[in-house]
Design a protein around this ligand. Structure first.
Ligand code: ADP
Ligand code: MG
Ligand code: ZN
Length: 605
């Protein structure tokens, strides 16, 4: 490719030289005397120009002359020659030697520019191809892409992390050690090498790791687990080696491996060709962690939201033996997190963060941050200069239910959707152990035509059997209402059925809630989230058991369906009233529902 390019550029230069021939100084004088020079241009110690008509060649051996000439001057910018030209009325030009480019200089320069641009393009292409994670070309290939944050430009501290007092307390010890390692070493205390942060996405694991480094005032190196996985086998392992080397050189420091499950998965559980590389990388991490001594003050923090899939070897003492669970925030935690994120947002005085926190059960830190942002955007859209409680409500609905859809349902579809949602809502309203209805709507949002929105009960960490059965009835309630009213099912219940079936199957195969199966837990696809169902042929139970499981799941679902139909038939008047109000108003909140059908005796709203 490059050779071809050089040939092309040589061709270009030849071409530019084609119309010019070099002649003797005296030859030029003679031609001037014959008034055969059209114009000339002085350039340092040469002069170029054009003949009026091409003169005959000075001697028979030389080649034919071209339209243009070039002459070497005895002295630069030859004044005598210039005077001679003036007397013959020849137009000439000449610039000072500096900053002046002749045609052929330009050509060379142009070629150079093209060449460099060409090279750059090739380099870019090679870079893209070689490393999808974007860390650079061949030489950078092996180097770990761990981004380095020095102690000084470290802004995040524990003050930026709201709530999470537990986790912060656990990490405080790490901070102390990094600040004053001698204090611990003197007493022969064992300092953990590795800390594993576990928690669902958005709960602030990355933030917490960064804040730990900031709090201790040490450098912070971060890498994402997926960055180890490269196109070429062996690259991941050498990246690990390089990363640990760099970290040791700048000890004390924190090395943070985010989303370690990408490499730290159970060895041998991978699918396809990729897992060789992953295993090598994981082994390298393990041996590096074993390799450094306690005095080296490098602390490796790793984060994952799938601790269950991690290789047990990673969790052994001396490796990631310190486990810190990062939970979703409780109500007080949510208030604190909201406070952090509204610092820069002008709030109206009517905004009550306590109320917002109460209505955002199950939100993670990241979702709360998003909520504040969406609310601010909503306020900006209506050109207000402070954020109102309505903005928070709109933001919450958008986050939970997706953006509103534009299309308008026709009357029949609208009524059918209303019956479906009213069916769900009524069951949730009447069955004592289903969560409270927060809102029911038939405004199409996200992927759903309508939605019944429940508020989960905050302080419940376990679900009982009867609650699950009620849950199933609630899920099948939409479909049951459709069948009751129109005597046919619609395709709108697909998601309900899928979720209900999944729950019923778990009740049977994992939670031992089926008398026919008994207290047996069966292995299922959950253990290998990346394996398709068809991949794990080696079921641990017989066909006979499989048949019993299927029939138990079926039984649970049929029971739930019957229960839904019973309740809805008994309260048909309420179902109709709710549907009518829904068609009218498109969405109803808790208070409006209570107004229409009253508060059931068994629950206070
Ligand atoms: P994870 O790594 O657990 O997925 P992150 O640390 O990336 O979550 O959190 C995402 C964002 O959510 C953070 O940048 C931060 O702004 C916000 N956030 C999460 N938890 C908290 C918290 N406890 N206090 C303040 N902000 C938080
Ligand atoms: Mg993260
Ligand atoms: Zn439904």
């Amino acid at each position: 490719m490059i050779v071809a390019f050089i040939l092309i550029s040589m061709g270009l230069m030849n071409w530019s030289a084609r119309g010019i021939s070099r002649v003797e100084y005296m030859f030029l004088w003679k031609q001037l005397d014959e008034s055969n020079v059209a114009k000339a241009e002085f350039d340092g110690d040469v002069v170029r120009g054009t003949w009026k008509k091409i003169p005959a060649k000075p001697d028979p051996q030389s080649a034919d002359l071209k339209a243009d000439f070039i002459v070497d001057l005895p002295v630069p910018f030859d004044h005598e020659l210039k005077n001679h030209m003036r007397t013959h009325g020849v137009q000439f030009s000449g610039k000072s030697p500096s900053g002046y480019l002749t045609g052929s200089d330009l050509m060379v320069l142009l070629n150079l520019v093209v060449f460099v641009a060409f090279g750059w393009v090739i380099w870019q292409i090679m870079r893209r191809n070689s490393d999808p994670m974007g860390s650079g070309m061949m030489s950078n290939f092996i180097r770990s892409p761990a981004k380095r944050f020095k102690a000084t430009d470290q802004q995040t501290t524990f003050d930026d992390v709201a709530a999470m007092e537990h986790a912060k307390a656990d990490l405080q010890e790490i901070v102390e050690f990094l600040k004053t390692p001698a204090k611990f070493q003197r007493l022969g205390a064992q300092i953990p090498k590795g800390v594993l942060l576990m928690g669902s996405p958005g709960t602030g694991k990355t933030l917490l790791a960064r804040a730990t480094a900031g709090e201790a005032g040490v450098p912070f190196f971060t890498i994402n687990g997926s960055e180890f996985i490269q196109m070429f086998v062996g690259v991941g392992a050498s990246r690990v080696r390089d990363m640990f080397k760099t970290a040791k050189e700048s000890a004390p420091c924190i090395l943070f491996i985010d989303e370690i499950d990408a490499v730290g998965r159970h060895r041998g559980a991978g699918m396809g060709g990729g897992h060789d590389e992953r295993e090598q990388t994981l082994n390298q991490i393990l041996s590096e962690m074993d390799g450094f001594t306690q005095t080296e003050s490098v602390i490796v923090i790793a984060a994952t939201n799938r601790p269950d899939v991690l290789d047990p070897a990673l969790l052994r003492p001396g490796r990631f033996d310190r486990h810190v669970t990062v939970d979703k925030p409780t109500k007080t935690g949510r208030v604190a997190i909201l406070k952090v994120h509204v610092r820069k947002v002008p709030l109206d005085s009517t905004v009550d963060l306590e109320r917002i926190a109460a209505n955002t059960i199950g939100f993670s830190g990241a979702e709360l941050k998003n909520l504040v942002n969406e609310a601010a955007l909503n306020a900006a859209r209506t050109s207000r200069d402070s954020v109102l409680p309505e903005d928070f409500d709109a933001a919450r609905e958008k986050i939970l239910m997706g953006p509103k859809r534009e299309e308008v349902l026709n009357e029949h579809e609208k009524e059918m959707t209303a019956y479906h949602e009213a069916g769900h809502a009524l069951l949730a309203w009447l069955l004592s152990d289903v969560d409270h209805v927060h809102k029911v709507t038939i405004i199409p949002r996200g992927r759903a035509l309508g939605l019944t929105w429940l508020v989960p009960d905050e302080d419940r960490y376990n679900v009982g059997e009867s609650r699950l059965h009620s849950q199933l009835a609630f899920m099948l309630g939409g479909r049951a209402a459709e069948k009751m009213v129109y005597d046919e099912y619609s395709a709108g219940a697909e998601n309900d059925l899928k979720r209900a079936t999944a729950i019923a199957r778990k009740m049977v195969t994992r939670w031992g809630m089926s008398p026919a199966i008994g207290p047996v837990a069966f292995r299922d696809s959950e253990e290998h989230p990346f394996l398709g169902k068809e991949m794990h042929e080696q079921r641990e139970y017989s066909d006979e058991t499989a048949r019993v499981i299927d029939s138990e799941v079926h039984k649970f679902l049929m029971q739930a369906d019957r229960r839904a139909i019973e309740v809805l038939t008994e309260h048909r008047d309420k179902l109709d009233a709710l549907t009518k109000a829904l068609v009218d108003k498109e969405s109803l909140d808790q208070d409006e529902i209570a107004e229409i059908i009253g508060v059931p005796a068994k629950r206070g709203v």
